[in-house]
Design a protein around this ligand. Structure first.
Ligand SMILES: [Zn+2]
Ligand SMILES: [Zn+2]
Length: 297
């Protein structure tokens, strides 16, 4: 190799090494944060999702193996609002090597109002606790876009312009989605706007879009049906003149079937409460299922 070629070769090696080293590596602790990171970071970042497909965010904790997979990540995106109980210990494990960002931190908190411990997702989210399911209101996701864009731009200023541009486009799409959700949910007559679900996950949705939340069965409860609160659930379904009951992907559908059969109301399409790979699809699916069941005669 002649001298000039060698210099060129070395320069390109140095370029490759330095550009690889500069790439922003982001670990995510929730599937919706993975989607958000990819929407804004695109091909400029590497996203390492740590929660598996079958992990429940109310019980998930990253293992040492997960953390090894995330090695080199300088940002960790958590959804926040006390959903991840392990953030303090994660922060002390990571030390100064990475920043843990609670993406939901700009969202005003709502409290869980389920009347009974049986209706909540896990022991940490009992009545009176901060409700962690902030993503069911689209404007909250737009607040999250701002947080993530700011953090990416700080960590990788060279690409700040690209992140900002993508964030603006995504936020515009979310505005359209929000208008669509408002339009669709308002088609249901006011007296029928009771969202009867398994666990207390739709508080933000209900407040934003003008529905009443009525959780009747916790996901933490196993398949054995407790006659006492089954009777109570049936009573409140009748009292609230509930039109449909909505199972969740992770809930106990057998118990819901019993309540539906007993009260003569229909079972709607299942709702995604705790997160999915694609935020917009999750919202569309949930709203379509809610409106279809509550509009039908
Ligand atoms: Zn929980
Ligand atoms: Zn949940």
């Amino acid at each position: 190799m002649n001298k000039r070629l060698l210099t060129g070769f070395l320069l390109s090696v140095i370029y490759l090494v330095s550009s690889a080293a500069a790439e922003l590596r982001v670990a995510t602790l929730h599937p919706l944060m993975t989607d958000l990171a990819q929407q804004i970071g695109g091909s400029e970042i590497t996203v390492v999702p740590l929660m598996g497909k079958y992990d429940d965010p109310h019980f998930f904790t990253p293992s040492p193996k997960d953390l090894a997979k995330a090695r080199g990540a300088t940002l960790y995106l958590a959804s926040g609002k006390n959903l991840e109980s392990y953030l303090d210990s994660l922060r002390s494990t990571l030390g100064n090597s990475a920043k843990v960002v609670e993406v939901g931190r700009l969202v005003p908190s709502q409290k869980i109002s389920a009347r009974d411990e049986h209706y909540v997702c896990c022991p940490r989210h009992a009545q009176g606790a901060i409700d962690p399911h902030w993503w069911h209101s689209v404007s909250n996701m737009q607040k999250a876009v701002r947080i993530v864009t700011k953090e990416f731009s700080k960590a990788d200023p060279a690409n700040a312009g690209i992140y900002k541009k993508r964030a603006a486009a995504y936020s515009e799409r979310l505005s359209q989605l929000d208008r669509w959700v408002k339009r669709e949910t308002s088609r249901v007559s006011k007296k029928d706007r009771t969202l009867c679900t398994a666990h207390a996950a739709f508080g933000y949705f209900c407040k934003t879009y003008g529905y009443r939340a009525l959780p009747v069965k916790g996901v933490s409860v196993n398949n054995s049906i407790n006659a006492g609160y089954q009777a109570e659930a049936i009573k409140s379904v009748r009292e609230h003149k509930v039109k449909a009951i909505f199972p969740e992907q992770r809930s106990n559908p057998k118990a819901l079937q019993v309540i539906a059969k007993e009260t003569g109301i229909k079972v709607g399409g299942s709702l995604v409460a705790d997160g999915a790979d694609n935020y917009e699809e999750m919202m569309k699916r949930n709203v379509n299922h809610i409106v279809a069941a509550l509009l039908a005669q």
